[in-house]
Design a protein around this ligand. Sequence first.
Ligand code: CO8
Length: 274
Amino acid sequence: MEGQDILYEVRDKVTIITFNLPDKLNALTGKQYLLLAKLIERADKEDTILTLIQSTGRYFSAGANIADKSLSNVATEELFSHEYWLNNFVSRNVYLADLFHNHSKVLAAALNGPVIGLSAALVSLCDLIYSIDEKKTFLLAPFSNLGLVAEGAASATLFLRLGWSKASEAILFARPIPGTDLTKLGFINKSYHETKFNSVEEFNKTVHDDLVRQFNGLYEPSILENKQLLKANRDTLINSASQREIIKGFNKWVEGVPQSRFAQLYQKDIKHKF
Ligand code: CO8
């Protein structure tokens, strides 16, 4: 049920958005990514300081749902048409990346596990990133393995946050970047590996409470204005990367390459490199 796939709650001046598809490792269909976009837009209008994105189960998110029925139920001629991909890829991805990039609240992610694909790109647009355990977390940008190119401004954010060399490993060769490296490079603000949690929910609550403690007592309008100032540094990079990526990605779908790579991955004929 759509309403249960991604949960929404406001608590202590924090909007909490929770991926709730643990059986699918929180892989999201096109429709669910659009729901996420709408929830981020709603969170932007709340009387809050922070928006926290968290998850359930063993993965934060396995990226786009490669078994998305809206792909398999499409007539062949439509599946290779400009119209289909302009509607189902270009507009949605640009909208989603733009909402994350321009979110007016402090945007935080609590990684309960690995993050892949478009979801990894969206996490890379967050201001603050926490991990339940760096040894159980990795970031995978598998675009080169899927016949795609970077999405969600990942070609800019990974370069900015990981540096040229690691970003090249991640994006060119679709290599997972281990959480330990993500911490060393400053991508992860804090790994909670020294804390014993009985559940992911306990970890999520700890991150929420720690964040509330961090902004408590500060002058709230200044926090949000400072967020805008920090964000302004990356505006040009993000916006130009997003535009370049989307046109290249669109051309790939019209060529039909990702459709067949997704099918091969689903049938386990190809795998990601670990
Ligand atoms: N889509 C759908 N289902 C998934 C996905 C996924 N991305 N990932 C995992 N699942 C499901 C599995 O099918 C399985 O379901 P079931 O129990 O019903 O068989 C369940 O989650 C558990 O998965 P595994 O048994 O495979 O668990 P493992 O620990 O062995 O492996 C992996 C975990 C490595 C994550 C593996 O599942 C995998 O490789 N998944 C695919 C990841 C992937 O390639 N995601 C796409 C990234 S690309 C992207 O996000 C941008 C594309 C933009 C597309 C826009 C379209 C319009």
